[in-house]
Write a protein that binds this ligand. Sequence first.
Ligand SMILES: [Zn+2]
Length: 405
Amino acid sequence: MVDRSNEPRVKWGLPETVQFCTKCVVSNQRPSTVVEYEHGKDSRKPTIFFDDEGVCSACRYHHRKYHEIDWEQRERELLDLCDRHRSRDGSYDVVVPGSGGKDSVYVGHILKHKYGMNPLTVTWAPHRYTDIGWRNFQNWIDAGFDNVLVTPNGKVHRTLTRFAFENLLHPFQPFMIGQKNVGPRLALEKGIKLIMYGESQAEGGSLLNADNPRMPNSFFARPRDRLRSIEVGGVPFDQLVSYGIPESELQPYIPVALEDVEAAGIDVHFMSYYKLWRPQDNYYYAAEHCGFEANPERSEGTYSKYASLDDRIDGFHYFTTYIKFGIGRATYDAAQEVRNGHITREEAVALAHKFDGEFPKKYFAEFLDYIGITEQRFWELIDNGRSAHLWEHTDSGWKLKHQVR
Ligand SMILES: [Zn+2]
């Protein structure tokens, strides 16, 4: 039995009482998107909002999405936006960040072929490409898109990923920082003003973007005199140098200067504000128009075959959310599919029970090797990340105290 008497009952700044949405299967432990470079060891997490009827803000948003939002009006707004930015001389006029997954493929393709834009796509490389991820990336380019592939310094990126796993139990955090910076950096460099991302945080229940097409500048930019007052992997920027990572090797993780963003008129938008966003439809669209391929086998930890396929360590992102929040990959997928009308809540409950928390064993050895820790250290960090309000240790091992019913 593990002695946890000296530890706080609630870790990660989560709500102490666990509640499940009565319409989908997500719990109130789901964090909302945070500004990743302000994400430190002790930061409190804003979590998804539940109303008096026990319905999560993502479900409320989806009700509006299917019953209230005027999508014809939204498309007129998109046409206006494109008209304001469309180039007349053949130069690029919009940056589309993405991996060549179903969403970025859809966004790039409609911008080019339906709205007459000239996109430059940009990819922040996965930690380790899967075969299917690399193939889909190539399929995207072969379907007729120019692309800039930004691959971070492997030595630095591994080290930061290890810090993020050790300090935050969030191995994807350095990746996410780079992913949010990569579009604005390229846009500034190339003199392109418009950046179009795919899915906004509103789809997952953030109230921030429900009626706003823009990504807040704070997600990727800061005032010039505060560019280095950030944390990466739970380590303050100025301390990274003492771990042997010089500032010259940290450029992709530093936000862009807010002054430059404003002077250049950089405008970052989400396509999901303008077009009714259904991940499954994006998949069919990407398959039909750009040769996007689903995986022949389901991803570990879930039942789905077409989302987040490109990185070998994806499974560890979802495994850590399961440990920290009690929310695994199948719950994320099933909740989204309930909200978009593909499955019933009963089906979603069964899928969450069946697949959530399935260990991503396929790339386990590779993950340990990538971040340079032993298997024993991995399990120490994992078990240390289990909050006592979510987990109990029983004779048959660790069990979640609360499961969706
Ligand atoms: Zn819900």
